[in-house]
Design a protein around this ligand. Structure first.
Ligand SMILES: NC(=O)C1=CN([C@@H]2O[C@H](COP(=O)(O)OP(=O)(O)OC[C@H]3O[C@@H](n4cnc5c(N)ncnc54)[C@H](O)[C@@H]3O)[C@@H](O)[C@H]2O)C=CC1
Ligand SMILES: O=C([O-])CC(=O)C(=O)O
Length: 288
């Protein structure tokens, strides 16, 4: 049995709830949104598939869930240049939802941007242990990177660490061929711009993120012990502390079971430390 709560059931939260329902990932769902007409509509729309599922819209049920997804708050529009620019805009939603998570004993998955800083905030301000604070974004960045590698005819496994934002760190050192710095920077530039093309065209990224979030929820629900790129609060790993950043981690029913430290090459290491500096600065700003 797995119960799931979703805070913020707009485009992403609504799609995640739908996928978790129809794919049989969750047996009980709680949908919460500040817009109560929306959460009720999402509940009815899912139930109209004919699925036999228990769905609540009572915020009292949020904290009882095994897994909670935080996707409340604003997304980028073409006028918002970076995800980091959403920090102060989304902090009220973080605080309002945090109030439902006092003494929360399940696994929290943070989606709302800037995701790394928000994930850190939940740990730092709400006292949710770092093992149970997972930030989502790395799987999506990795899928996008994989697409570019195919486009460039480069073989190998795609992995993206670092910040889910301007400071992504695609790993080139584990690919089957040496990729020159010029090509690395060119691909990184495309990765930074890739979601904005979707936002411009349809008002927000939905299918890509929701698919990977549902998979992450499944990994936790099924205690899969799978290694995936997620944002974790670092405590000295990779030489970084005081922020949340994307790294490979083993995930199971209790959350983050192991942070895996890979050796990075010089280019990756330099970009990872830039990501750490940016994420730490954003986490400090949220504290002010
Ligand atoms: N980490 C990632 O890979 C991704 C992150 N995102 C982020 O996810 C967030 C949500 O995106 P969308 O679903 O597209 O936005 P949306 O605007 O469609 O949905 C957000 C929902 O949050 C609700 N909300 C706002 N304040 C609230 C509060 N205080 N309490 C409860 N609900 C509240 C709104 O009523 C709305 O229904 C954005 O910050 C976006 O940037 C989006 C895609 C991927
Ligand atoms: O780019 C955005 O603002 C939404 C997001 O995080 C993504 O799709 O990667």
């Amino acid at each position: 049995m797995t119960s799931l709560s979703v805070m913020g059931v707009g485009k992403i939260g609504g799609e995640v709830a739908y996928l978790a329902s129809v794919l049989g990932i969750a047996d009980e769902i709680c949908l919460y949104d500040i817009d109560t007409a929306l959460s009720r509509a999402q509940m009815l729309d899912i139930l109209h598939t004919g699925i036999d599922l228990s769905i609540s819209t009572d915020p009292e049920d949020i904290s009882g869930a095994d897994i909670a997804v935080f996707s409340a708050g604003m997304g980028r529009t073409p006028d918002v240049r970076t995800r980091a620019d959403l920090l102060m805009v989304n902090l009220p939603a973080v605080n309002e939802c945090a109030a439902f998570l006092e003494d929360y004993s399940g696994v929290l998955i943070t989606i709302t941007n800037p995701m790394d800083a928000n994930n850190y905030y939940f740990h730092h301000h709400c006292g949710i242990p770092r093992e149970r604070c997972i930030g989502f974004g790395g799987q999506l960045d990795t899928a996008r990177f994989g697409g570019y590698l195919t486009e460039y005819g480069i073989l190998g496994d795609a992995w993206v660490l670092g910040e889910h934002g301007e400071h992504q760190v695609p790993l080139f050192s584990c690919l089957s061929e040496d990729v020159p710095e010029g090509t690395r920077n060119e691909i990184l530039g495309k990765m930074r711009r890739s979601s904005m093309e979707v936002i411009r065209g349809k008002g927000g990224t939905v299918f890509g993120p929701a698919w990977h979030i549902a998979n992450l929820v499944r990994i936790v629900a099924e205690d899969a012990h799978a290694v995936v790129p997620v944002s974790c609060i670092l405590n000295g790993e990779y030489g970084v502390s005081g922020c949340s950043l994307g790294i490979p981690a083993r995930i199971g029913r209790r959350g983050i079971e192991e942070i895996i430290e890979w050796k990075l090459d010089e280019w990756e290491q330099a970009h990872f430390m830039e990501a750490a500096a940016a994420s730490c600065a954003l986490c400090r700003r949220a504290d002010e």
